[in-house]
Design a protein around this ligand. Sequence first.
Ligand SMILES: C[S@@+](CC[C@H](N)C(=O)[O-])C[C@H]1O[C@@H](n2cnc3c(N)ncnc32)[C@H](O)[C@@H]1O
Length: 472
Amino acid sequence: MYIYETLRRKENQPFVRWNQRKTFRVDGRTDFTNQSCSTWRIICFKTPKPTPTALCWSVNCHTGPEAVLGAHHNQVTKRRRKERSSCQLVLERFDQQYSQELGDLWSSARAVLLDPHSWQYGVMLNRFTTVTGITQTLQSQGFSTLLPCAAVSKYQAGSLLPPDYISKCPPNDSLLQPDSTSHELCQDFQSEPSLSLPRPTLQCYIHPYPLRFPSQAHRPGQLKQYYLLNAASLLPVLALQVRDGEKVLDLCSAPGGKALAITQCATPALLCCNEPDPHRRDWLAKTLESFLPQSLISRVIVSAQDGRSFGQSEAGTYDKVLVDAPCSNDRSWLYSCSSQQGEQRLKERAKLPALQAQLLRSALSAVRPGGAVVYSTCTLSSSENCAVVETVLNDCPEADPEDLWEEIAIPLAKYFTFSPAHPGHGQTPHKPSLQPQNGTLSPYRHRLGILVVPQPGKTWGPMFLSRIRRRK
Ligand SMILES: C[S@@+](CC[C@H](N)C(=O)[O-])C[C@H]1O[C@@H](n2cnc3c(N)ncnc32)[C@H](O)[C@@H]1O
């Protein structure tokens, strides 16, 4: 059990809990004995028996030196997270398939998926709110921004970032981004001078340890300041490269995390969020209402079509289309609540590639010539990933896959573990390469897509993404 906490310590006063948890570990970077320190970064960790003495140092392979605060700190009380057990049936199927497809990467990915306490969470800030306070809190707890400045300028409506924004950033690969731009207002679109929105800045904070920032409760009349997500979910949105004023379709939209990320990257002229499932559509609508101001909500449509027919009804309409397809969802399927549910899901799994291919074809019809479609899933399964892309490309001669390895995998390799696509989906076991090595990867293989594989210390993913451009 790894739970991370921050305790504040005032001079000559007892420890005050910032959040209600208990057995604590001191972050290796914090000098616990430094009396002048006003903020302690304390991390709760799994211990068979909390030590009753004040401090007990030990070493944890993930996180370094640890200290257990003993029971005599009466603010420190016990609470255990409910353990979830994995579904054996699903795990066996994953073992069979993924050891073939991922080789050595699977055993370490498996260890991460089976240890929910090691999972990391990203905190995506909402540019439509004041985020200075949250930013300070995050930074004081050891969070830093995910996207270095170079990546920010490249991916998110980069030409719109003012030169002083870039110059305010530290010159090298520093993770600290200035917060001030979140509050700068810009006039978007000369055609609608009345639309005054904060400048697009996708800011996602991550922590080196699996610290889960508390989710924000509903605040009547106020927008939420941040959204918690798997940081790998941002990659399909970055790959979409949405620019201000574009028409964007999010074909499979609920609960809306990627739709929100799109609105952080740019101000589209139209964002159509499609979700056929009524319950999930309500959830989507609530997400949008909780994060977007009225001036933007008027540009957002929630639609309820079967995504497979969208391409026919709105052919050639959109500049960009995101297909974040229904998929096996490895993380959640592994924790199916019963073996019956696991069995049922594995049966459904066989039908998914056909549905995914239909959705991708529909998206390629809905996008205008010259526009781009991003296809993504949150499974490691090659039959739902590159095999779907390959199938669709085979019967869409007017569609070209684009290389995301150079554009996304290499610049962001510090944060995510990438594996290139696996053509032949499982027929040929292959040893994945984390970095492209000259001569070992064909350009076509890059182009089918890239896969984020969860690994210890970089637990983001699974996430597959592929970008396909419709020829002019
Ligand atoms: C992976 S989830 C999307 C997650 C979402 N993009 C986000 O970031 O929050 C896939 C969604 O596709 C929806 N879906 C299932 N079948 C669909 C279909 N035929 N057309 C469009 N969406 C569909 C599911 O109800 C589900 O909400």
